[in-house]
Ligand binder design. Structure first.
Ligand code: FDA
Length: 389
């Protein structure tokens, strides 16, 4: 059977794959984007609470976790947040800044998916959805065996994402293709994900599910001042999601529960009032009661030893409950680790060892903070590969 032949095949019609396909086709390349879901961009649709936080005006290489901090610089510099904003404006999509440079659609994430479909059509991209990839080989060209037959291309772009949210189509195909071509992979783990308490802490705190507090979450040198939210199983909310990407076995995640106060000074300004009552001045009442019962002596601070007072302060400034597990890939917004960037050219995302093979987006070991950074990486890496492929 003669395979259908293209200049470029992109596997995965998510954010990175669509941007890459559009860019390659706009250069005059005969480009196919393949997707196993029946429709494109399903993760875009659920992103940002359905409004897609499509970029961050402050995006810079410091907002990304990777083993190779120089790697994202080139792609991020060549396709900036402003470039994507210009595209959104060209399509007259209304948007707003929510906070901290985070740009969201006013109406719905559907606007971004429709924009990508319109751009793909205008550039002449061929889109195939509902197609399963069975195998990939390289002879002179890349051969992709699919449920729609054998396809062939000079360049192959792997844009099929990480392991997060299998329910809407995440698979390990990107890593399998990397392994097949003997490219190095870094261990993967869920990122931007809720952290679960151990059984004891869960029993104490999860009755407070829904309570939210401003905290400063830290792990090692990383720190984020944002809201934390108590859930049925542990903690979530922006501060926790951010710090989850940095959590590791060696350093505990710590929470300063009163980042706005000099805690010792504030506590010692009134040592007669029972602590639960004092904490109710700065915390939601139920949280103050439960936290005090768990960590504070029942007596007023004036009757406590120095060690007891220090313990209370430590637990307020650096609360470090154990988090033996996370909510996992079922809930994680991103996958950390993946294709080792040392095996890719940073300007083009092309493999150093297999000419014509490209990896972009979340399957690469570049993971952004919460707040539009991950889409900016998807657009920028997709654009870089689309120009080169
Ligand atoms: P993405 O996962 O988007 O696309 C991969 C595509 O490949 C998918 O369409 C998938 O179906 C397809 N695919 C997978 N396996 C395949 C196979 N075997 N064969 C064929 N196709 C296959 N980021 C951000 O910046 N702002 C935000 O608001 C949010 N919000 C958010 C909410 C939630 C709930 C999640 C889970 C994630 C976010 N993110 C986010 C993260 C962001 O969605 C993510 O980083 C990008 O979608 C990654 O883009 P990619 O194109 O690399 O992968």
């Amino acid at each position: 059977m003669t395979p259908h032949s293209y200049d470029v095949i992109v596997i995965g019609a998510g954010a990175a794959g669509m941007m890459c396909g559009i860019t390659a086709a706009a250069q005059g390349r005969n480009t196919l984007v393949l997707e196993h879901n029946e429709s494109i961009g399903r993760k875009i649709l659920i992103s940002g609470g359905g409004r897609c936080n499509f970029t961050n005006t402050h995006a810079s290489p410091e907002n990304f976790l990777t083993q190779n901090t120089d790697f994202p610089k080139s792609a991020l510099a060549r396709y900036s947040p402003q470039d994507f904003i210009d595209l959104v404006k060209k399509h007259r999509i209304p948007f707003h800044e929510k906070k901290l440079g985070q740009l969201f659609c006013d109406r719905s994430a559907r606007d971004i998916v429709q924009m990508l479909l319109d751009e793909a059509r205008a550039a002449g991209v061929t889109l195939m959805t509902g197609v399963q990839v069975k195998e990939v080989h390289k002879t002179d060209a890349f051969q992709v065996a699919t449920s729609a037959g054998l396809l062939e291309s000079a360049s192959l772009v792997v844009a099929c994402g990480g392991l997060s949210i299998p329910k809407i189509g995440a698979t390990d195909l990107a890593y399998r293709i990397a392994r097949k071509f003997e490219m190095p992979l870094l261990p993967t783990r869920p990122g931007l994900v809720g952290l679960r308490f151990d059984a004891g802490t869960r029993e104490t705190f999860c009755a407070l599910s829904g309570v939210s507090l401003p905290v400063e979450a830290s792990c090692g040198r990383a720190r984020f001042a944002e809201q934390a939210l108590i859930t049925h199983k542990g903690l979530s909310g922006p501060a926790i999601l951010q710090i989850s990407s940095y959590a590791n076995r060696e350093q505990p995640v710590q929470l300063n529960l009163l980042p706005q106060l000099d805690v010792r000074h504030w506590l010692m300004s009134d040592t007669k009032t029972p602590l639960a009552k004092r904490l109710a001045q700065v915390f939601p009442t139920r949280f103050a009661e439960v936290w005090s019962a768990a960590y504070a002596p029942a007596r007023p601070l004036s009757q406590c030893s120095k060690e007891e007072v220090d313990g209370v302060i430590r637990n307020l400034e650096a609360w470090a409950p154990a988090f033996p597990e996370t909510d996992g890939y079922a809930k994680a917004e991103v996958t950390l680790g993946g294709v080792d960037t040392r095996s890719l050219h940073s300007k083009t995302m092309e493999s150093r060892s297999v000419p014509g093979l490209y990896f972009i987006g979340e399957c690469v070991d570049v993971t952004g903070w919460l707040g539009g950074y991950n889409f900016q990486w998807a657009w920028a890496s997709g654009y870089a590969a689309g120009l080169a492929a």
